[in-house]
Design a protein around this ligand. Structure first.
Ligand code: NAP
Length: 256
């Protein structure tokens, strides 16, 4: 890789690195000699065993921090920790997302709508990202090119929605896109070297997509390794005017 090609000693932060696409970024970036520090966040030790064992293997390069993205105090504590070690970040990728868990299944129709679940989707998929943007700002106030990417989803595109369903997930990703578009506009004034982008990874073989993979043709179901390489290529090819845009895994722009 990478967009970091011209930067020596890049500092990276991956949020939601316990599994899936986030863990894939960690594995790939650990092998990149241009990256000197990686800060990885997780919220639950039980799902982060592989990540934590990588931190034991690469203690100088990888630091793991606890962060539930719905708790602003944990966001603050993690970022404070990072600030004691480095004064700038070059690449931040927010990989946190919720589609289903033990308590929530995506709504197939209006009869499944439940305000508590809707709030949970927005808390994790939308609000967490803008809280990150609020507290990361000081670490992006520097003169080197940097990228703040958030993994969104094509199903969050309002213009592209032909199928319906998945009310909470779709709406929370649409809200994420609007919040991060706003962040891009404000960052342009406060830290103009930072590009803020939303990325659609394509259907990727992770816990999140597993119950819904049945109708996905094999060539459209990406391995985590493939998704990570594709998204790093998109990041690498970003241009100055790309801040605030919503990109698919192949670098094409998606409709709002
Ligand atoms: N896989 C796909 O096909 C696909 C398609 C389009 C978009 N996406 C998006 O890609 C991103 C990564 O998803 P994935 O496929 O890698 O799913 P995943 O394997 O389920 O990973 C989701 C990550 O989010 C973390 N997370 C969930 N709730 C959190 C919270 N409250 N605070 C902090 N972390 C939390 C999880 O941590 P725990 O281990 O603690 O649960 C996990 O690290 C998500 O934004 C997802 O919406 C995925």
């Amino acid at each position: 890789m990478s967009f970091i090609t011209n930067i020596q000693n890049a500092n990276v932060m991956i949020i939601g690195a316990s599994q899936g696409i986030g863990l894939g970024f960690i594995k790939k970036l650990l092998q990149d000699e241009k990256v000197s520090k990686i800060y990885a966040t997780y919220r639950n030790q039980n799902t982060a065993e592989e990540l934590l064992s990588l931190a034991e293997k690469y203690p100088d390069k990888l630091t793991c921090l606890i962060m539930d993205i719905t708790e602003e105090s944990q966001i603050i504590t993690s970022i404070q920790h990072i600030s004691t070690e480095v004064d700038k970040l070059h690449l931040v990728i927010n990989c946190v997302g919720l589609l289903h868990d033990n308590n929530i299944q995506p709504e197939k129709s209006l009869k499944h709508i439940n305000s508590e679940n809707l709030l949970r989707y927005f808390q994790i998929n939308s609000i967490g990202a803008v809280l990150l943007a609020k507290h990361l700002l000081p670490l992006f106030r520097h003169k080197e090119l940097s990228v703040f990417a958030t993994i969104s989803a094509k199903v969050g595109s309002i213009g592209d929605n032909q199928l319906g369903g998945w009310y909470g997930y779709r709406a929370s990703k649409a809200a994420l896109n609007m919040l991060m578009r706003n962040v891009a506009i404000e960052y342009k004034r406060t830290c103009p070297q930072t590009l803020v982008v939303m990325l659609h990874p394509g259907t990727t073989d992770t816990r999140l997509s597993r119950p819904f993979q049945r109708n996905v043709p094999p060539e459209k179901l990406f391995s985590v390794e493939r998704t990570v390489s594709q998204l790093l290529t998109v990041i690498e090819q970003l241009q100055e005017g790309d801040s605030g845009e919503f990109f698919s895994w192949d670098g094409s722009k998606l409709p709002w």
